[in-house]
Every structure is written in C-alpha cells, then in structure tokens.
Design a protein around this ligand. Structure first.
Ligand SMILES: [Zn+2]
Length: 308
C-alpha cells in the first residue's frame, strides 16, 4: 500500500475527508478519501502498490472485461452498453479528422472498437489486461495493443483522437499517461474522457455507498473543477461535456445493492431519474459525463516528456 500526500495535478498537500469507502466487489477492505484543496481532485488512500493493484480486479466477472452477461447487474450493464455505444459514436464523429485515426485507451474486450471499425474509422485499441486484450484481438486483430511500448512505437502518424471511456480514474501513473497522450495526439486533436462526478445528486445521496467510488479500482475521483485543472495543466481546453444519462441508473443500482435495500430496483430508478433531472436543470452535475478536451498548439516539451 502506498500513501500519497501531494496532489499530482497541483502539488498541494492533500486533506482528509469524513468518508471511508469499502471495496464492495472484491476484498471488503476500507479506504480513505483524501481531497486536494487546490483542484478538488479526490484520491483513494492508501493506494494499492502498482504490482498489487491487479488483485483488486480478480473477482468473478469484472463486468467491463466480461464477454457474456451473467448476473442481474451484468445483464443491465450489457443492455446499457449496447445503447451507449451508438451514442458514443454519434458524440465523437464530428471531432474526427479526415484520417479518422482513433485510439481507444483501455479498450477492454473491444466492443467500442468493433463499432468504430464498422463506421470505417481507422481505430486502434490499447488494453493492458491480457485476457480482455486477447478477446479484443480475436475480434479486431493486431490493432489492439497490449503494451505501452506498442503505443510508443506507433508514433509515426499521430492520432486525431484518444478516447478513455471510464478509464482515466483507473490509471496508476496518471502524469506519464497524460504526457503520453500529448505525444501521440496531433495538434488540435481531441482527448475524450468519460468520468463519474462525485458532486452529482446520486453521489451526494448515497455518500460512502455511492457505486461511482469503486475503490480501490478508481484511484481518483473527479469533479468538474478537477477536470478543468487537469486540462489546463496538460495543455488542453475543455471544449464541451455531454451527459451519460444511463450511468446514474446503473450507479444507483449498485449503490442500492450495497445498501441491501429490498426494493432496490424501484429506488435506484427514482434516484437515477432525480440525478438526471438535477443535471438537466443545472442544480448538480450529471452522474457521469463525457468531456471533450482539445489539444492546444502551446504544448511545451515538459508537457509531453517521457519519464518512464
Ligand atoms: Zn490538486
């Protein structure tokens, strides 16, 4: 376990919060949440060490790396994923350049990638989990990269877009990853980040039982301000954000399960709906959003320096 004391984004000293969050999926271990007073990014603490983090993914059917739905939650997840994939393609299409070169970072079993290829995008994937990555390779072929080295070797032609669908919050080495995105994206290229927001209505309703915390697999927890600081630090402007309206229902279902509520489906649908209404009216941020970060031409060598 690794204690972190300073913010990766703005170097401020982290402060404690009153929330202790449990790993409901895998180990039952409790983790603290520390907040950066500067940028408001929240950190899971302590962080599992880099070589031990894999243990927290080893429970039966880590859902985004599964191929076939098993239990109730997986069925719901697969249903939502099917609808959302079409929506994601619609979101990104206007921002792809002529070459339509896209890298899906953390591509899982390649469901989104397969849809990109169907749309004639020049799509590549990166998946560090061997099992999920190999499933994607069977579908798509060698354009699914299994190591960071493979990405770095791809640098002859830069990408128009790098997408991370609920992936950034899992990345252990955040700073080197952001610098890598700068190296592989063309100028004015787009970094697309889908992230949960800990200031949403569902997050404030469920508090420490909020499914969006998913500790310690989620190492960081973003709000709107933290995303803006991240964008600025690495040379991006936040162009726009789009809500992922189904996420509030799925996260509420998970949260109700943790609460062991017998009428969990009805309650989760209600909380998910209220969360979306709060988002729509601007009272609180949506449960999850997709952020479009446009790379600026003012990137300095330090913003893309390799330190690994
Ligand atoms: Zn900070």
């Amino acid at each position: 376990m690794k204690k972190i004391s300073k913010c990766i984004l703005c170097c401020e000293k982290l402060a404690g919060t009153d929330r202790k969050v449990t790993d409901h999926f895998c180990t039952g271990k409790k983790f603290d949440l520390l907040i950066c007073p500067g940028c408001e990014l929240i950190y899971t603490s302590p962080l599992p060490s880099k070589d031990k983090i894999g243990e927290f993914y080893r429970f039966s059917g880590y859902v985004s790396h599964s191929e076939k739905p098993g239990n109730f939650f997986q069925r719901i997840y697969f249903f939502i994923r099917k609808i959302m994939i079409k929506k994601k393609i619609r979101f990104i299409k206007p921002h792809l350049g002529d070459s339509k070169r896209i890298l899906d970072y953390g591509s899982g079993t390649g469901v989104f990638l397969a849809r990109c290829i169907k749309n004639n995008f020049n799509a590549f994937g990166y998946e560090p989990d061997d099992r999920a990555g190999n499933i994607a390779r069977e579908k798509i072929g060698s354009d699914v990269m299994l190591s960071l080295q493979d990405i770095d070797n791809q640098q002859l032609e830069k990408f128009d877009m790098v997408t991370l669908w609920h992936v950034l919050e899992h990345i252990y080495d955040l700073d080197p990853a952001m610098k890598r995105f700068n190296r592989i994206l063309r100028d004015k290229g787009m970094l697309v980040l889908a992230l949960p927001n800990y200031e949403s209505f569902d997050a404030s309703y469920y508090k420490e039982l909020w499914g969006g915390y998913d500790v310690p697999r989620h190492l960081y927890h973003f709000n709107f301000n933290a995303i803006k600081v991240l964008a600025k630090k690495y040379g991006y402007v936040l162009l726009k954000a789009r809500p992922l309206v189904f996420d509030s229902y799925f996260v509420s279902l998970l949260s109700e399960k943790y609460k062991k509520n017998p009428i969990f489906i009805a309650r989760a649908m209600l909380i998910g709906l209220i969360s979306n209404l709060y988002g729509l009216m601007g009272f609180k941020p949506y449960s999850s959003m997709v952020y479009f970060l446009k790379k600026q031409e003012t990137i300095t060598p330090e913003m893309e320096a390799s330190e690994e």
